[in-house]
Design a protein around this ligand. Structure first.
Ligand SMILES: *Cc1c(COP(=O)(O)O)cnc(C)c1O
Length: 338
């Protein structure tokens, strides 16, 4: 039996996953397998030239017992954009939807019960599998969707984190791949993340790669701030458009906050009332402290220990929609039929 309340964010084997392959210009019908392994040609472009894209979304068992997948279509659109930019065959919207729904249906026993705070993480993966030695796109691709249950992000309650500024590494370049969800951006961020972890910070705060003047992202999560009745979030070509952030902007507007998506100078940081990072894993991680090692300065938000009121309200509202506790007026959830 799975101890739902003590699950972490790791990989747990589930019963089955689904796959489709692109050969001769079309996607095969979805196949189901219980194997956790892929058989790959050693010259596959995903191994050599980084033809790899992924997504991350979640299914929740609601208060009413129904299972909801949050913002499936937006995740499909983003994977299609990533595929196009990296010259891979994009899954169709229909294939993406069918694969995610099927992967959830086939693993119903792994969907955590309501009120555990846990959820079923869905991981779509797209890779170039065709053999190629010259640098060019593959002619064959594989699309895989697997699921794994993940625990509540906040075991000790909704608490702010501290992050460390890194001006010495960039996760992506201004005209590069930062705005698409590819594994290479993560490889580029591992060393920086490790430096932050060793210094006692769970995450890095990246500044824009060209000038180090603007705030980009916080680890693999988008950054936002609250000031004077305004929800402010960076607009930058090198950050990944977070679907959580997109959703929070809508909720912020519903709450009567103004929403600004624009270049955000690092120099504005001390003027913010609340700051946080957002993404599928945690919805919101309020940021209590930002440590700048180059200037030897720490910026504190609120009392640095408790989340601010807007962070709490945004977090609770989004969570309530995901668990079917609140209405879903924009149709963000896809209900899975069993
Ligand atoms: C996936 C990801 C996010 C979060 O996006 P969501 O759609 O909210 O999960 C933010 N930044 C980076 C770099 C990411 O890869």
């Amino acid at each position: 039996m799975i101890d739902w309340k003590n699950l972490g964010f790791g990989y747990i084997r589930t019963d089955r996953n689904v796959r489709s392959t692109w050969t001769d210009g079309s996607w095969s019908p979805l196949e189901t397998t219980d194997s956790e392994y892929l058989t790959l040609h050693m010259a596959s472009t995903c191994l050599h030239y980084g033809q790899e894209a992924f997504e991350g979304l979640k299914a929740f068992r609601g208060k009413d017992g129904k299972v909801r997948i949050f913002r499936l279509e937006e995740n499909a659109r983003r994977m299609i954009r990533t595929a196009e930019y990296t010259m891979m065959a994009p899954p169709t919207m229909e294939l993406f939807r069918e694969a995610c729904v099927e992967a959830v249906r086939l693993n119903e026993r792994f969907i955590p019960p309501y009120d555990t705070g846990a959820s079923l993480y869905i991981r779509p993966l797209l890779i170039g599998t065709g053999a190629q030695v010259g640098v060019k796109p593959a002619t064959e691709y594989m699309f895989v969707v697997f699921v794994t249950p993940v625990g509540p992000y906040y075991k000790e309650g909704f608490r702010p984190i501290s992050v460390m500024v890194d001006r010495h590494h960039d996760r992506s370049a201004p005209l590069g791949t930062g705005w698409v969800k590819v594994g290479g951006n993560y490889a580029a961020s591992l060393l920086s993340g490790d430096i932050a972890h060793k210094a006692g910070f769970p995450s890095t705060l990246y500044l824009d790669s060209a000038e180090k003047k603007y705030i980009d992202e916080s680890g693999a999560a988008n950054f936002f701030a609250i000031r004077g009745g305004c929800y402010i979030t960076p607009k930058s070509p090198s950050i990944l458009p977070s679907i959580t952030n997109m959703s929070l902007r809508d909720l912020a507007a519903d709450f009567g906050l103004r929403v600004e998506q624009r270049a955000v100078e690092f120099a504005e940081l001390p003027s913010f009332e609340e700051v946080g990072s957002c993404g599928t894993a945690a919805v919101i991680s309020p940021i209590g402290k930002v440590y700048d090692p180059d200037e030897g300065k720490t910026y504190t938000f609120g009392d640095g220990v408790n989340p601010g009121p807007w962070c709490v309200k945004l977090y609770e509202t989004l969570r309530a929609i995901q668990y079917g506790e609140a209405p879903d007026p924009r149709g963000w959830n896809t209900i899975v039929e069993f």
